[in-house]
Design a protein around this ligand. Sequence first.
Ligand SMILES: Nc1ncnc2c1ncn2[C@@H]1O[C@H](COP(=O)(O)OP(=O)(O)OP(=O)(O)O)[C@@H](O)[C@H]1O
Length: 451
Amino acid sequence: MADAETRTLLIVEDDEGLQRQLKWAYEDYETVIAGNRKEAIEAIRLHEPDVVTLDLGLPPDPDGTTEGFATLEEIMRLKPDTKVIVASGHGARESALKAISSGAYDFYQKPVDIDTLGHIVSRAFHLHDIEVENRALSAKEANTELGGLVTGAESMQKVCRMIERVATTDVSVMLLGASGTGKELLARGLHDESHRADKPFVAINCAAIPENLLESELFGYEKGAFTGAAKTTEGKIEMAEGGTLFLDEVGDIPLPLQVKLLRFLQERVIERIGGRKTIPVDVRIVCATHQNLEDMIAAGSFREDLWYRVAEVVVRIPSLAERVGDPVLLSNFFLQKFAKAMKRKVKGFEPGALSAIENWEWPGNVRELENRVKRAIIMADDAFVSATDMDFSDGEAAEPLNLKQAREEADRNAIQVALARTKGNVSSTAKLLGVSRPTLYDLMKQYDFEA
Ligand SMILES: Nc1ncnc2c1ncn2[C@@H]1O[C@H](COP(=O)(O)OP(=O)(O)OP(=O)(O)O)[C@@H](O)[C@H]1O
């Protein structure tokens, strides 16, 4: 944490006498004075103070509160972790309370009592520090649900409760959700909560295995069953004996194999390819898909009778964008995890990065978030990850905090595009960007590009 001397306190006050008085009272801090909204916002962008004292009565409305509230709103939008202490006129308790509900940290009543305000300001700095630390800690203490799944969102907690309820039964479960929503994590969690927990959990991604190999992967084969079958090999179904078989992307199983799988589910016995004997297998089936199986059934590419066997209970998993608060929670969680694993001294996110995380649509769900945070940890120059580090560079991120941030972002983008165009050739990239090779090397070093 910074020392008191190096900490910036922004005082937004139009009364020159009071400005002087406050500046003098806070000589322990680096004080910055602003007399109106414009100056206040400029100071926020330039100095990024952790604490602000704000007089609500600012010109052109010194007797009202409109300018004060507009300033507060803008500060909260630009840098939501700022602790704003609002000064309210005598008897203006209502506006003070309104300020608190708009995001202000505290208020004090004019006329100013320097000692009281001093305590409030120092507490605000202290709280800001604690919050920074807490954000770091919250990742460690994040609400981990079954299978180590992190969520604070009600919609996802409902899913977890449902999985816990069905886990103890032997019904087949179908997890429906987009890619990266955590289907495999949930399937593992379900297994861990079941009475089969001490037996194997075997996962197979049906989309990742070529059609002609999927049958032998699932059912196994006897020695000599086909060219290359040098020894008898168990399939995944057998390997899961007593435990859980997770069929990921079940919609990708070709129709002939669907028939064979259905037969296994009806009779609970398998025959290895090239084998004659039937082998009884006791497994619990959990399936997942991102496809619309109902449409596939209508189109005849997924068997309806198989659907009823594998989907005794259907669980729909919300996308990350539908889980209120989770993008930030998960970002903190992954930040801690990767910073530790990669031994980087990254402590948290800049406010701009946090608002970008909140506003992003997350088409790739948790997997995308995990990848972006991992990348950011590698790219971050400072203790705090910026929106640019997260690669929110195509205009959909929050407005930049200041010109420095915007310029860095633009530089980074231009270099990235040029490097991609020249397939990483530094000389050609330098020419394309109109800079010398040494300059480009310096920039690449500054922005952590591999030379
Ligand atoms: N809520 C969560 N908390 C912590 N980690 C999560 C969470 N959800 C997903 N992950 C992590 O995100 C990654 C993707 O999750 P997972 O593989 O379970 O998704 P999926 O829905 O099965 O994806 P796909 O359909 O593409 O296979 C994994 O590394 C997983 O550990």
